[in-house]
Write a protein that binds this ligand. Structure first.
Ligand code: VGL
Ligand code: ZN
Length: 195
């Protein structure tokens, strides 16, 4: 992949880089912590270009329907306001980043940062045309946010070296990347982003 030059109309979406999704968290993704330097470098590029940065967070009520105790698939994670729901300590989110809380309804899960949030309208209001996506987890919230971004009409680039998969089944991450490509996403590396 050739160099991608950042321009007006670009935005960065960092998906769910929260403590519970990092090693040691209640739903830790192996290697999730290793993405943070590349994400920080990308944040710095967007910041220098004065382009908007969005950070989504899984923000569940206590006893959310996705938790095993309620019959869901997941251990309790990212309970709104809990330490585990906080962004990674070493994630250098600028103070003017836009935070998108999702899956806040006790009865519904929502993997996509676009699902029942104001993200699409906020991006459209700013004239965003191209969205760069990174974060966790590849086959759940990154995949779902990516396909929704494409459906909403954004040119969508996924930072392949700044995503990590849960891999409940071996190969889930690779299959998700394939699905994103077939949906129309371009996979790039953080080091391809220039200003
Ligand atoms: C996620 C599982 C459950 C994610 C959220 O952010 O990918 N995965 N909730
Ligand atoms: Zn969740």
């Amino acid at each position: 992949m050739n160099r991608v030059t950042l321009t007006r109309g670009d935005a960065l979406l960092i998906v769910d880089v929260q403590k519970d999704f990092l090693p040691g968290g209640t739903l830790g993704v192996a290697g999730g912590d290793l993405l943070i330097p590349a994400i920080n470098q990308t944040i710095e590029r967007f910041r220098q270009a004065d382009l908007p940065i969005y950070a989504s967070r899984d923000w569940h009520p206590l006893r959310h329907c996705s938790f095993q105790e309620q019959g869901g698939p997941w251990p309790p994670h990212c309970v709104a306001g809990s330490p585990g729901a906080g962004f990674a300590d070493n994630l250098d989110l600028p103070p003017d980043s836009q935070i998108i809380s999702k899956a806040t309804d006790i009865r519904n899960d929502a993997y996509s940062a676009f699902d029942h949030t104001s993200l699409a309208s906020r991006l459209q209001a700013l004239g965003i045309r191209r969205l760069f996506i990174c974060g966790l987890a590849t086959e759940f919230c990154v995949l779902s946010s990516t396909t929704d971004a494409i459906k909403s009409g954004f040119t969508t680039l996924v930072l392949g070296d700044a995503i990590a998969a849960i891999e409940n089944q071996a190969g889930d991450g690779a299959r998700a990347i394939d699905t994103m490509k077939r949906a129309g996403a371009t996979i790039i590396s953080c080091s391809n982003i220039g200003t």
